[in-house]
Design a protein. Structure first.
Length: 325
């Protein structure tokens, strides 16, 4: 196993290299950058040069910000990366195709670790955030995964971009990405639609559906597009429910996430729809009988730079269903 102390040594080496001039004279230290991330205050005395991402969502977000040259590794890819990121992604070491554990993470010598979900920082996974902090490695968790009770998910996602801009010294690029996506959200929101009830089915495990609850990104996508998420009364991101409860809430539109390349039973959108059409109660839904179904990449239902793509498709499909497309 790699010696834990190498984390702190790697960070010191990177920061020292950033402060030295070619003649060996120490240049004045850059002003520290401090950001809050999901309950922790992160301080950066220099610009990180070796970032490791723990999931596909954070990987694609950093690629959209042009940070591929600073990415020392990635992991946990659920599906193919978006075509626009494919060339850059091909140059990044894949430390694990599944959830990353501490040994390969330490071997990569990161000076910051980024994840969309705090659940990836556990003792049996990448290590806890406190453990990594004691080794001199800050851990960034998406603000979307840490609801504050006042700020909407898209706003917290855009805050991530702006924080990355500060951490990596690319403020203009990050601010532009946030501005572009805010404009896309506003464009979907500007269309006046008759309110419809929507259920978002993300995955099915052992025959049991997991749907979008109040804390999920799809809940806000529903509001932006003028729809109502039928499970908004559940204060979770992806609660487990029953098919009978889905039928009882009688959604006007069914949104199904496709995770075909993840490879688990029930991951394909077609498999989920087949289960619904065979279920005695759900098969009777008017939404299914009239094929008012929207299929979206499951990866885009979680917070990432691609979520706004799902929002645009969702709004356009609602318009088609309403006869405006």
């Amino acid at each position: 196993m790699s010696h834990p102390g190498r984390f702190g040594l790697a960070l010191v080496a990177v920061l020292a290299a950033g402060c030295a001039t070619p003649g060996g004279v120490q240049a004045p230290a850059a002003q520290s950058v401090v950001v809050d991330s999901c309950g922790k205050q992160l301080s950066f005395a220099g610009t990180p040069q070796r970032v490791v991402t723990l999931d596909q969502n954070s990987t694609e977000t950093l690629l959209a910000l042009g940070l591929q040259d600073r990415m020392a590794g990635t992991a946990n890819v659920k599906t193919k990366v978006a075509p626009r990121f494919a060339d850059a992604y091909a140059k990044i070491p894949v430390l694990s195709p599944k959830v990353l554990t501490s040994e390969p993470l330490r071997a990569a010598n990161p000076d910051v670790v980024v994840a969309s979900f705090k659940e990836l920082f556990t003792a049996d996974r990448a290590g806890t955030r406190d453990e990594l902090e004691t080794l001199g490695v800050p851990t960034f968790v998406s603000a979307v995964n840490c609801p504050d009770g006042t700020t909407a998910p898209f706003d917290r996602l855009f805050r991530d971009y702006e924080n990355f801009g500060r951490i990596f010294g690319i403020q203009d690029r990050a601010n532009q990405l946030a501005a572009d996506q805010r404009a896309a959200v506003a464009e979907v929101q500007a269309v006046k639609r008759d309110p419809v009830k929507v259920v978002w089915v993300y995955s099915v495990f052992k025959g049991v559906p997991y749907v979008a609850g109040r804390d999920s990104m799809p809940s806000q996508m529903s509001k932006i597009a003028g729809a109502v998420n039928v499970f908004d009364d559940m204060a979770q991101e992806w609660p487990e429910v029953s098919w009978e409860e889905v039928a009882r809430r009688d959604p006007d539109v069914v949104v199904v996430g496709d995770l075909s390349e993840r490879g688990n039973p029930g991951d394909k959108a077609a498999e989920k729809l087949a289960m619904m059409r065979e279920h005695p109660a759900v098969s009777q839904l008017k939404a299914l009988r009239e094929n008012k179904v929207i299929e979206l990449p499951g990866i885009e239902m979680d917070p990432s730079v691609r979520t706004v793509d799902a929002l645009k498709v969702f709004g356009a499909k609602l318009d088609e269903i309403a006869g405006r497309g």
